[in-house]
Design a protein. Sequence first.
Length: 161
Amino acid sequence: MTDKIAGYNRAQIILHWLTAVLVIASFVTHEGMKTAWRAVSRGQTDPGSGQLHIYIGIAALAMVLLRLALRYLRGAPEQPEGSGALIRLAGTLTHWALYGLLVLVPVTGLWAWYIGSRDAGDIHETLFNGLWVLVALHTLAALYHHYVVRDGLLRRMLSAG
Ligand code: HEM
Ligand code: HEM
């Protein structure tokens, strides 16, 4: 896997923002899924209110798998030169933790729903909370780089390089 390209390409940038939108949309639609989940867990018929959550979640998973394939084939730019070793390591670890959760959250959701596992549902919820915290940290870090460090990091995810 190459890791020394100058910047993300157009496909990587589009997939980054599309994933972000789909993750937020999955969150926005979770109430309908909770209603369906509660009904099915009580042995009642599925009211169908979770369908949107399922479709959006599967689309998010597909985008992440595409992103990982592209990253494997093309690589990703190095962490910014100006940051210290620890900050760079934190950035790399956060990115991989994000990828891990981006795969595991929808997979545990699918597991809960289609295999009918209450434990997988609980894990899905817990992992989502972790994803949320990491996304918040990631967003703050991106804004910190842009407005405080001013190293042009955010631009790497806005225009192809
Ligand atoms: C990126 C994708 C996804 C995100 C961010 C997400 C997020 C969430 C959130 C926030 C909840 C509510 C948890 C709670 O407060 O109880 C939830 C519940 C649930 N989701 Fe997802 N979800 C995603 C994908 C999926 C997929 C693909 C499925 C497949 C069927 C799914 C199935 C479920 C189920 C069954 C529940 C109810 C589980 C429970 O409440 O214990 N989710 N999801
Ligand atoms: C649900 C929301 C988001 C998720 C899941 C997410 C996930 C990721 C991941 C996994 C990477 C690593 C890319 C790689 O090297 O392969 C990344 C990079 C990046 N993200 Fe996000 N992101 C989200 C939202 C945001 C937001 C809101 C911003 C800006 C305010 C942002 C700015 C960036 C930037 C600038 C990079 C490139 C960092 C670098 O080149 O080292 N992201 N994002």
